[in-house]
Write a protein of this length. Structure first.
Lengths: 636, 636
């Protein structure tokens, strides 16, 4: 009795169906009484009226004397009027106006006489300098209509109007139920095959941003009855139920089955990427969501489907990310089958606001966290040509992206360390780094799609680093080359070197290798060295196996997934691996002409040239820093 | 020994002096270890590196079989390869790749044979469909540099990288010390002269928005030693000390004196309105602020001076309100002596984004809460001409102001009730109401500075309401007049009518009157009736005493501050006062031509015509609703 059904329902239709079914079944926010003093961001459930006036008495608006205005009529410079001590009362700002007075004269305009009387030189206008009852709020005035979010000043207005508590929309509580036999607590030591559970932390943080609380359940194994029990319990306790994973139609995917037994399934499968295996439904009038287990899919489903339902439960206006026009860097192909959400890096390059799509995979939550914008490609759109004008949703304020530094090229930990040092300056900025290899960096800077790129490209003929490439690629365009570091490349092997690797030739001897991606400087170096040593790459087991960073290569070796990889010394050191040095290379920085004078590049170069960085590089190991930060005169 | 000194230090200079003195004295944020799962909006105090790789093992990216690729080489449609049961392993997405396998074949491309073997029709490429170690995060990678605010996805990235807790910037704690003999708890029943304390609630909500916590002290009376004790205690316990009121240079203003004794005064008096009597200082390396007691002054000082210091303590980027160009409605004069913050209502009227300055007074916190934008007039600026292009800071997202309804004119509670009903619709909008009287409403609609206005203007010659004014004022311009309500105007007197008021003539008989402001329909009605009854307004005590709303007039009578005022029946009813009916008037709604088809006007008219509104008006009392919401054909 396994439910298996995956539709491809368009996003708007799916959310419409869910809202309609919920509304038809009495779905509604709840209310509770809250203390005004503690009600920031809470939402009024009804119109709120002032219970008292503010001020609630007529008070002096000045320091001075309270008088009956008619007693001062006729007073002038030539003809001052004298008031004796029972004709005036000394008042400070905020003091009560005595019942026999109707105006206040500022203390500066009062001459005190020795006998206790005062002289004044201008007639008082009745009710001058008196703060009237209700100047701010009058009893009975509506202070806020229904569904108004409390700001600090509105808290003040409520309290001024004597409203010390009020009926607010209750914060909804969402039950989050992780599922899966392979799921373990993120706190445990992980074995192979274990998947640590952290989706619940991501989703509960999102809910918190939207004004909702969460109850996180213990992970439920792939077992129908146990899941049914958890879901039933959650539907009783919570205002919304989220089940993580098991939302597809595979062997162990029970979410839809359980929903069909406990409640009503509205839609299984939506035309969205990532996030297709999504389940929408309800248990009575409690909304139910089955979310895919990959974190980026889950985040996308939360934003697309859960957020609008939470908005109905909180009655808050949950604003969308602001959108901006940008120029797409590169061609983007998308399917007509689904709506697609693409993570991008966005920054101002020269005069243009550029968006660079990121490597997408629903499992890359760290990639998502580093994205600065999202591009939504509609279901009926096949994608965009390179340099198309597109609309992107910004994850940072526009001004931060306009002043951000975009680095595209080969990666070295030095880039991260420089960024950290930049963050410690008062006028810091965002730095976005894409790791696409040295050639990718050169192309990005050349095409005005990046401010800067890390490169380490060996010219096989001359044996010179970087400069020959610039001479070839930048014939007319000006570009700066900044000296970075010398760094040691070599073979990374397990601790103690059990396979006894000493030279490149051994790679063809039945050893398992892990390579770097095409276009990366390390890959180019390997090919150069193989060539020089007359080694055929097809004899290397794992030559096709590609990783994107030095640390990922080291991680493969450390976990016994490969015997050897090529990378920099510091990566081997982090993983406590052995290292056979092969080559000393130059890792330099390319800076586009129009970026060179910008504050973000200056900040970068200051950090690059700092003593703190030299200390950190020594700590990392394998670097030489002679001339670091100098401008290399390459065009001669 | 009283300290008396008030400078007029420019704002930027004052904050610069404070920052300099603090920095020179070792002022710095503090840090603490926090759990990642609970760290939304927290800020990293150091760079954070991954402690493990994610995934930490090579896993299948598909449901299928894991094989050694070389066993499949040569497979084709014509020449399938058969693998026996020890040459493959069934794997699901996320499963561990066995050590003797190096690729995964999707289950869809596998034919299962009866003998337990499988046939495949295409060679597997080594490492296909395998999710490599570190695809998301590799151990040692920097996940975030110092001073990065945690987002939900970054929480995920940290946890994926095995970072379950990290060193974060500590939430600063601010001590808030209200002062003043006249200050009482907002919870108590107020006597004349009492001022309820709610500034602390406003300020602690602002601090919460900025990521800081508060300790609110009991109110300290105006007594130097007691204040000194509280301030000393606060400087020990908190990271920042705020003293409310007593910051000027009057008789009971001890804040500066106490600061001089306990710490160092940096600046007393800033060139800012509101907020001049501000004190900046420090006690050791703890920043100290003396804030003025008027709430709007306090809010302005919080935003201008406290916020940037909190940003240094939280290391968060506390963004400013976004600014937009707008057309100023009306002339605005400001002094060269100070920088001025002016509350505005802003909305899109026709094609223009219009800002209407609001009546300003540092005591009007409800007014501030209803403002939608702030205009900052620089110290060296004398103000702006009518229709100047100005930059305003928006308190709501631009799209909300672009779709907001701006009502300027005479006030009636019906406007608030309609707004409340509008809020209950799904596509609700903001409504901003300015109460400037009927004539003000006509002028605002005529000048394209409002969408709508409430009017009740009696033409003395014809005895007809509103239409004669439109015929005079809108000769060429088209405008809609919507029937509102008939409402009863009359004299509001104390319960039981102790002065035995029965007719208008008695107003000249030594009775105390409270009037409405010039240009208001009620004032015009009074003048008409006085004229018709040959009563000289100069014989009425209180004729010059002006209030802005019906409820404010009723509040004055209720509190014995006046014997009688003129207003509508519902205001008398709210205050449980007696009412002597004088006149039945037409309160109608003027709608500009370009607004009439807009969604916000449609929403308004739907609510105006609803049964719910009729019920509410019956509840309020004194209204007739025949033809409510009909379009009046006035131009014939």
């Amino acid at each position: 009795m396994k439910y298996e059904y995956l539709t491809n329902t368009p996003v708007a239709q799916a959310i419409g169906m869910l809202k309609e079914q919920l509304t038809a079944n009495g779905f509604c926010y709840k209310t509770e009484t809250v203390k005004t003093a503690d009600s920031l961001h809470r939402v009024t459930a009804t119109a709120v009226y002032a219970k008292r006036s503010s001020p609630h008495y007529c008070s002096s608006a000045m320091d001075g004397i309270a008088v009956l205005a008619e007693n001062t009529f006729g007073a002038s410079e030539a003809n001052p009027v004298t008031l004796n001590s029972d004709q005036f009362v000394r008042v400070d700002t905020g003091d009560v106006i005595p019942s026999n007075a109707d105006s206040v004269i500022m203390i500066e305009n009062v001459i005190e006489n020795k006998d206790g009387s005062v002289s004044i030189y201008a007639a008082a206008v009745p009710w001058q300098h008196i703060r009237q009852i209700g100047e701010d709020v009058s009893m009975g005035d509506m202070l806020a209509p229904s569904f108004t979010e409390l700001t600090p000043s509105l808290i003040g207005a409520f309290m001024a109007g004597g409203v010390l508590s009020f009926e607010a929309v209750r914060r909804p509580v969402c039950a989050i139920i992780p599922t899966g036999d392979e799921i373990v607590s993120a706190e445990t030591t992980l074995e192979d095959g274990d998947i640590p559970e952290y989706n619940s932390a991501i989703f509960s943080a999102m809910l918190k941003q939207w004004g909702a609380d969460s109850i996180i359940y213990e992970t439920v194994p792939d077992h129908i009855e146990l899941l049914k029990k958890a879901v039933t319990d959650a539907a009783e306790k919570a205002d919304c139920v989220l089940v993580i994973a098991g939302s597809s139609a595979g062997r162990d995917d029970y979410t839809a089955t359980v929903l069909n037994e406990c409640g009503s399934l509205v839609c299984h499968g939506v035309a969205m990427k990532p996030g297709k295996p999504t389940i929408l439904g309800r248990i009575g009038n409690v909304p139910f969501f089955g979310l895919p287990g990959y974190p980026v899919s889950g985040i996308t489903v939360m934003n697309t489907f859960v957020k609008p339902i939470i908005a109905l439960l909180t009655k808050r206006i949950l604003t969308e990310l602001p959108t901006e026009s940008a120029i797409l860097s590169g061609k983007l192909i998308s399917s007509l089958k689904y709506e697609e959400s693409v993570r991008c890096r966005a920054a101002k390059i020269g005069d243009d606001f550029i968006a660079v799509p990121m490597r997408t995979s629903a499992g890359l939550v760290s990639g998502y966290s580093k994205s600065s914008a999202l591009l939504n490609v509609a279901q009926n759109c096949e994608g965009y040509e390179n340099e198309s004008e597109i609309q992107i949703a910004l994850r940072y304020p526009k001004w931060q992206l306009d002043t951000a530094l975009m680095i595209v090229g080969s990666h070295d930990p030095l880039l991260d360390e420089v960024y950290d040092l930049m963050r410690k300056q008062e006028n810091s900025c965002l730095v976005m780094s894409s790791h696409v290899g040295s050639m990718g960096g050169i192309m990005a800077v050349k095409r005005n799609q990046a401010h800067m790129g890390g490169i380490h490209l060996l010219d096989e003929e001359s044996g010179i680093y970087n400069i020959p490439y610039l001479k070839k690629m930048f014939l007319t365009q000006k570009v700066y080359l900044i000296r970075g570091v010398g760094r040691l490349q070599g073979l990374i092997v397990k601790k103690g070197n059990p396979k006894n690797v000493t030279c490149l030739e051994q790679l063809s001897g039945g050893i398992s290798y892990v390579n770097r991606q095409k276009g990366s400087g390390t890959r180019i170096l390997l090919d150069y060295l193989l060539n020089r040593n007359h080694i055929d790459s097809s004899t290397i087991y794992g030559y096709e196996r590609e990783e994107y960073t030095h640390t990922a290569v080291a991680a493969m070796v450390a976990s016994d997934s490969a015997d050897v990889g090529m990378g920099i010394y510091s990566a081997a050191k982090i993983y406590d691996l052995d290292f056979i040095p092969l080559w000393n290379e130059h890792y330099d920085l390319l800076v586009s002409e129009n970026a060179f004078d910008q504050p973000y590049v200056k900040l970068f170069l200051d950090a690059l040239r700092s003593h703190e960085l030299k200390d950190r590089l020594t700590q990392l190991g394998g670097y030489t820093v002679d001339g670091i930060g100098e401008i290399i005169n390459w065009s001669e």
